[in-house]
Design a protein around this ligand. Structure first.
Ligand code: NAD
Length: 540
């Protein structure tokens, strides 16, 4: 048994390749995409290391080529979900007792496997299943490497925090895992989030039952294979593609639920919170509820803004990954003095922006995730075309003949409360409201109060006094706030990500704050020479 004080160095963010035309990595990734396209993968549930093919399957299709099936996910039902919880709980003690540096080493190894031999496999599956181009898949996988490495590092920073001295005694704080299991419920839009939510608790010694989004099940399953290859013991993370309602019914309500780690829509987080609340007395411990949810992310321009930077930020933040990043800009407040110039540049730039196949290098974005998303977004476009409160300035097209393509769209809202200005759409739709320069205070009030969310936002201004004023006025409007930079693209270890209000619990994925939610402290005081007196000094 070695005695040591183990120390992890602060990680460096995984370097993203740019896949420029002709570079060998581009060829290798595209070859992997073709390889994966040629077969249909059967995705099992994985419970206690055992692959379970239930026969109750959901087909996974390429959203941009919707006739083409790439995988079939076998859904866990009641029996498998209950077994996953039992299996996780059975694995809990051994996992909690493993020295933390060994747990950390497993996730560090997983990061290196993902960055190395498994990189293109997980990226190709992300491209095919979640309709991402090379770049979006690359930054997604790099972010997952970052989560794995920074989680281990930040956990070490937590473990280091120890209490002060008591003369004649030794004080220490133990950071136990939670007593029970963590349920991880993950969204379709980032492979990185899928992987991070079960792993964040696991590195701290917790066991997990992980339900991936069906749309992301292929990339998420390949990541699970990476964890197994890295030596994660069977039963620590149990992978259960399943119906949301079944997961709620058989996993969330289990008395051993100790934590819930979620990213997805506000509505689903609300539903789970209600489920937990309505059964609160049945749990052994109060479950920790951590959720990052919806957003209506904004760009607010001052009259002093650089129009070039502003237009670039608006387009990149609104249309990358077809507006399906939780941080995507979907509303912009532009002063009337800048609007003619902004309008003209938007028009020019958008001549070249379109949604197309993942292998079309000129397509700015690709398909939206599925038919439900397509119909939902199209309904907003139809409403804008018909409403006196709105005008479609650019785009507006929706075509599902081949795949679920919504063209990048800019809507002008004549009413600042028009629905596309205040509701989350989660598609490539940016709504602009033009305010009179002298009514900036009112525009700030609208930006702050007209949605229920508080996730990301950006100010564009050259005038420092304006930057200061707008930052202050919008201090509760975003958990990630950017100055002269688009509101997307947070990097682990650099801009901890998350929002409050109805955008979540703002526990900042990939940060110390998040990891603190997965430890339960035990304060221990040991007296060196115990007192034998009974009466207190003032009584003598
Ligand atoms: P979603 O809420 O529809 O699904 C998330 C997960 O919950 C999926 O696994 C889904 O199958 C499951 N689910 C759906 N209905 C359920 C139910 N009734 N009971 C239990 N589980 C259920 O979200 P999505 O469409 O996958 O992702 C898009 C949403 O996620 C957007 O609202 C977006 O803003 C949000 N998001 C937020 C962040 C953030 O950091 N704030 C990041 C990514 C995505």
């Amino acid at each position: 048994m070695g005695n040591n004080i183990f120390q992890l160095a602060r990680p460096v963010n995984e370097h993203s390749m740019n896949f420029a035309e002709g570079c060998p990595e581009r060829g290798a990734l595209l070859a992997e995409v073709e390889r994966q396209r040629a077969s249909v993968v059967e995705i099992p549930a994985v419970i206690g290391g055992e692959e379970v093919f239930t026969g109750s399957v959901v087909e996974i299709r390429e959203p941009h080529r919707r006739a083409h099936v790439i995988a079939r996910a076998h859904l866990a039902g009641e029996a498998e979900l209950r077994r996953a919880v039992d299996t996780a709980c059975a694995a809990a003690q051994d996992w909690a007792e493993m020295p933390w540096e060994d747990r950390a080493a497993i996730f560090m190894k997983a990061a290196d496997l993902l960055a190395g031999p498994y990189r293109f496999r997980v990226e190709a599956a992300t491209m095919l299943g979640q309709s991402k181009n090379l770049w979006e898949a690359e930054i997604d996988v790099c972010e997952l490497c970052d989560f794995l490495r920074f989680n281990a590092y930040f956990l070490q920073e937590i473990y280091r925090q120890q209490p002060g001295l008591t003369p004649g005694a030794v004080n220490r704080v133990e950071y136990r895992p939670l007593e029970g299991f963590v349920a991880a419920l993950t969204p379709f839009n980032f492979t990185s989030i899928g992987g991070n939510l079960p792993c964040a608790g696991a590195v701290a010694g917790n066991v997990a039952v992980w339900k991936p989004s069906t749309a992301a099940a292929l990339s998420n399953y390949y990541f699970l294979c990476v964890l197994r290859e890295a030596g994660l013991p069977a039963g620590v993370i149990n992978f259960v593609p399943s119906r949301g309602v079944d997961f709620s019914k058989y996993v969330i309500t289990d008395p051993r639920l100790a934590g819930f780690h979620f990213t997805g829509s506000t509505e689903v987080f609300d539903a789970v919170w209600r489920e937990v609340g309505s059964h609160i007395e049945r749990y052994h411990t109060y479950p920790r509820l951590v959720g990052e949810t919806g957003g209506k992310d904004f760009i607010f321009a001052d009259g002093s803004a650089s129009v070039g930077a502003l237009v670039s930020g608006m387009l990149r933040a609104a249309f990358s990954y077809a507006g399906q990043k939780c941080s995507a800009a979907s509303r912009a407040y532009i002063p009337a003095s800048l609007w003619p110039d902004v309008r003209e540049r938007l028009h020019e730039a958008m001549k070249d922006l379109y949604a197309g196949d993942i292998l079309d290098p000129r397509a700015f974005c690709n398909a939206v995730i599925d038919r439900a998303a397509f119909e939902r977004i199209k309904a907003y476009l139809d409403d804008a075309a018909a409403s006196p409160d709105a005008e479609i300035l650019e785009g507006g097209g929706a075509d599902d003949a081949e795949g679920y393509f919504i063209q990048p769209t800019v809507i002008l809202a004549k009413n600042p409360h028009y629905r596309s200005m205040v509701e989350e759409i989660f598609g490539p739709v940016l709504t602009v409201y033009v305010y009179e320069d002298e009514a900036q205070d009112e525009a700030l009030r609208l930006c702050d109060t007209s949605t229920k969310y508080g996730l990301t936002g950006a100010v564009y201004a050259r005038d420092r006094a304006a930057v200061l004023k707008i930052s202050r006025a919008l201090s509760q409007t975003a958990g990630n706030f950017y100055i002269n930079e688009k509101p997307t693209g947070a990097v682990v270890g650099q801009q901890p990500f998350g929002g409050s209000r109805r955008s979540g619990t703002n526990d900042k994925a990939g940060s110390q704050t998040n990891l603190l939610r997965w430890v339960s402290q035990r304060a221990v005081k040991e007296v060196l020479v115990p007192d034998t007196e009974i009466l207190l000094p003032h009584m003598l």
